[in-house]
Write a protein that binds this ligand. Structure first.
Ligand SMILES: N[C@H](CCC[C@H](N)C(=O)O)C(=O)O
Length: 278
């Protein structure tokens, strides 16, 4: 069986996008891992599967990390999603309502080709992250191999542990990031963000993503970092988040308010793959 796909990316966080409405692929974790494999498959950080909505939303959107695990939310993917369904005539709306495991999101195509997404309100209660802590706090100490780091724990539908660092280029993202990702305090593992504050409306960010390793950009990671920075009094309500591959704009007006993220969405190529090889 041939499977049609589209390769897309949001600031280099790359995706294999599959129309699961006009195709009905069964993709188990092993096949997903192979699709994502950069040597034996197509290669991507996440696989995005488009499905018909169950409720009154326009679509449903399922997200699978390169390790084959299904997750709750993907910010860069949400921008690519709306570009995909719009460019393929699957909707004539510029703003769509999308069901995800992590809640409803509302991406909107802007006239300048960028995409703005209402990512919903962040959550902070330990049981909502989930994170093993007695009660909610601004920051938490985390023991990493005998060294203690200070993290903020935020859910954007998916879990994030955000640290403030003074020198992002020399932060231990690749070594310590993996230890945080798998820290026993995060029963569903976690995305590990490293934020350097440039000024009150600009941060630089690197993210060691759950199930994918360090990616070039992370949309929900940008949202979680800005929320954590605002809560810690380090940032204004509108922040430029700079990755090595480009910038996102993130806005948050405070507790119980949605986080807004704006950035690009790029289509690279269409292809098809014979599922027999997976
Ligand atoms: N690795 C994430 C999912 C992808 C998020 C990221 N690519 C984004 O743009 O938000 C997780 O396991 O929660």
């Amino acid at each position: 069986m041939k499977l049609k796909f589209t390769k897309m990316h949001g600031l280099g966080n790359d995706f294999v996008v599959i129309d699961g409405i006009n195709q009905s692929p069964f993709l188990g974790p092993e096949q997903l891992r192979l699709l994502a494999n950069r040597h034996f498959g197509i290669g991507c950080d996440q696989i995005l599967l488009i499905e018909a909505a169950e409720g009154d939303a326009d679509f449903r959107y399922r997200i699978f990390n390169a390790d084959g695990g299904e997750v709750e939310q993907c910010g860069n993917g949400a921008r690519c999603f709306v570009r995909y369904v719009h460019d393929r005539g699957m909707t004539n709306k510029n703003e769509i309502r999308v069901e995800t495991h992590g809640g409803l999101i509302i991406p909107r195509l802007e006239a300048n080709g960028e995409v703005t997404v209402n990512m919903g309100a962040p959550k902070f209660e330990p049981r909502e992250i989930p994170f093993a802590a007695e009660k909610r706090a601004l920051t938490y100490p985390l023991d990493i191999d005998g060294r203690q780091v200070e993290i903020s724990a935020v859910s954007m539908g998916n879990p994030h542990a955000v640290q403030w660092v003074a020198d992002l280029d020399h932060a231990p993202v690749l070594t310590e990031g993996e230890l945080i990702e798998r820290h026993p305090c995060f029963p569903k593992r976690v995305n590990a963000g490293y934020m350097q504050v440039i000024d009150r409306s600009h941060i630089r960010l690197r993210v060691y993503e759950r199930g994918a390793g360090e990616t070039l950009a992370c949309g929900t990671g940008a949202c979680a970092a800005v929320v954590a920075g605002i809560q810690r009094g380090l940032l204004e309500s509108k922040v430029k988040v700079s990755f090595r591959s480009g910038d996102l704009i993130v806005r948050w007006e405070g507790e119980n308010q949605p986080v807004w993220m704006t950035g690009p969405a790029t289509t690279v190529f269409d292809g098809e793959i014979d599922l027999k090889i997976l």
